[in-house]
Design a protein around this ligand. Structure first.
Ligand SMILES: Cc1cc2nc3c(=O)[nH]c(=O)nc-3n(C[C@H](O)[C@H](O)[C@H](O)COP(=O)(O)OP(=O)(O)OC[C@H]3O[C@@H](n4cnc5c(N)ncnc54)[C@H](O)[C@@H]3O)c2cc1C
Length: 422
């Protein structure tokens, strides 16, 4: 068994990469530890994709939007963002797209062993009794988010001990009367700084937010303050609250909440700390759901319908690549010979303390393809949130559309190199 490319991790970046590789005629295998594709978008319930200048400029994203829309799993929001998607339907569409691109998938699998010849990866073995053979490959993509594969073969990393952001555990509430909630919040939030609503394809779509920071005139502030006073919420639950509607789920809201704040910050690579964060997050979800039912109109019959399977991790291990992209590169809009993405998404650093989160806006910047190439192995590439970028730059590059661009970009690069060799 020999592949042109093995993609370890069938998540956000991994799917874009594998699909493009398959479409370009390369024999491709995804090794995915979950039993479905999508990673943070599905297991982490992270929806919608953020809007950037690059937006839907990858073929993968365009195809995905079209396919999701055909089954009622996508809408274009009022700001022109096409990335409002349904995470459950996404699982099905990603399966379909990989079949069409002739990409092989091994679910419920992780790499158990790797054979290398000096700085060249030759084959991998997965954790299956039936498939207890070494699978040969010409190239490996680490798309695991945490650089799990690269860790196995002792690559060098950039992350330092103080470079964390708080993690979120996302969830969905259903049974909400969205029209009632929309009418009420639009009337209530006179400032309309963070609240928007519209009827799209016959469904109410909306978004609203609150944080404990004092930078905005948050309409929901009196409710959060009252709920803390009455012990419905703990103060830490008020750190961050954000909701989005989901296409095809007309009585549901996706919560980008709770932000799990701890002092010191949780290291998501530590299984003990990660487990505690999950437990604490689920307790917080129960309190926040009760708060919604008590304080927000339209939530009278609402209930928790889904809690993310995975902790939402913003940053963890980052590879040392052939090029380390820095915040200065981003701020200066440095030009590169081989850019793999263009974006204008801000540097978005969440903090575990009040009034210290960062949202630093910039005009368009690009990322060189060399930031996706391992410095240690000649056929190892890394895509997604674990790329070779410093902490601040990564905080701008980690969003879904940028992960798609990285995946598609490296796939095209590998295809061009493979064709040269043939
Ligand atoms: C709380 C939160 C909110 C966010 N909000 C937004 C938002 O609103 N919009 C936006 O655009 N972006 C948002 N982001 C950012 C974005 O969702 C992520 O950064 C991005 O999806 C990460 O993509 P990835 O490909 O790096 O990792 P993932 O999508 O997580 O993919 C990694 C995949 O690798 C698999 N895997 C891991 N280890 C192994 C292994 N050892 N073997 C095999 N498989 C493995 C995982 O199961 C997963 O499928 C948010 C992130 C977080 C955490």
């Amino acid at each position: 068994m020999k592949y042109d490319v093995i993609v370890v991790g069938g998540g956000t970046a991994g799917c874009a990469c594998a699909y493009t590789l398959g479409k370009l005629g390369l024999k491709t295998l995804i090794i995915e530890k979950n039993s479905y594709l999508g990673g943070t978008m599905t297991a982490g319930l992270v929806t919608p994709a953020m809007n950037t200048v690059s937006g839907d400029n990858t073929d993968f994203y365009k195809k995905l939007i079209k396919k999701l829309a055909s089954i009622g799993g996508q809408v274009t929001y009022t700001d022109g963002n096409k990335g409002w998607f349904n995470p459950e339907l996404l699982k099905i569409i990603l399966d379909e797209m990989m079949s069409k691109a002739k990409v092989d998938i091994l679910f419920d699998s992780v790499v158990e062993d790797v054979i290398c010849d000096k700085n060249h990866i030759k084959s991998v073995k997965i954790n299956s009794e039936i498939l207890s053979v070494y699978i040969e490959t010409s190239n490996i993509i680490d798309a695991t988010g945490d650089c799990d594969f690269s860790k196995k073969i002792n690559c060098n990393f950039l992350n330092k001990n103080d470079e964390y952001q708080p993690n979120n555990l996302r969830f969905i509430m259903s049974g909400i009367n969205l029209r009632k909630f929309s009418d009420w919040i639009m009337e209530f939030d006179k400032d309309r700084n963070v609240t928007t609503s519209a009827e799209i394809d016959g469904q109410i779509h909306l978004s609203t937010a609150y944080t404990w920071d004092t930078d905005k005139n948050w309409a929901l502030r009196p409710f959060f303050e009252d709920a803390v006073k009455k012990k419905v919420l703990k103060y830490k639950d008020t750190s961050y609250f954000q909701v989005f509607t989901i296409p095809g789920m007309p009585d549901s809201l996706a919560f980008n909440t709770p932000r799990i704040v701890c002092e010191p910050e949780i290291n998501p690579l530590d299984p003990v700390q990660r487990s505690k964060a999950l437990q604490s997050g689920r307790q917080s979800i129960l309190r926040i759901a009760n708060f919604c039912k008590m304080y927000l109109l339209g939530f009278e019959n609402a209930y928790i319908s889904s809690i993310a399977n995975s902790l939402g991790v913003r940053v963890s291990r980052r590879i040392k690549g052939k090029y380390v992209y820095t915040i200065e590169d981003l701020r200066n809009g440095k030009k590169f010979e081989h850019p793999c993405l263009v974006s204008d998404y801000p540097v978005d650093i969440h903090s575990n303390k009040k009034n210290t989160s960062v949202l630093e806006k910039h005009s368009a910047y690009s990322l060189p393809i060399e930031s996706l190439m391992s410095a240690d192995y000649d056929n190892l590439y890394v895509i997604g949130r674990c790329i070779s970028a410093d902490f601040e730059a990564q905080a701008a590059l980690r969003i879904i559309p940028s992960c798609f661009s990285m995946g598609e970009g490296i796939a095209k690069y590998i295809a061009s190199q493979t064709n040269l060799k043939k």
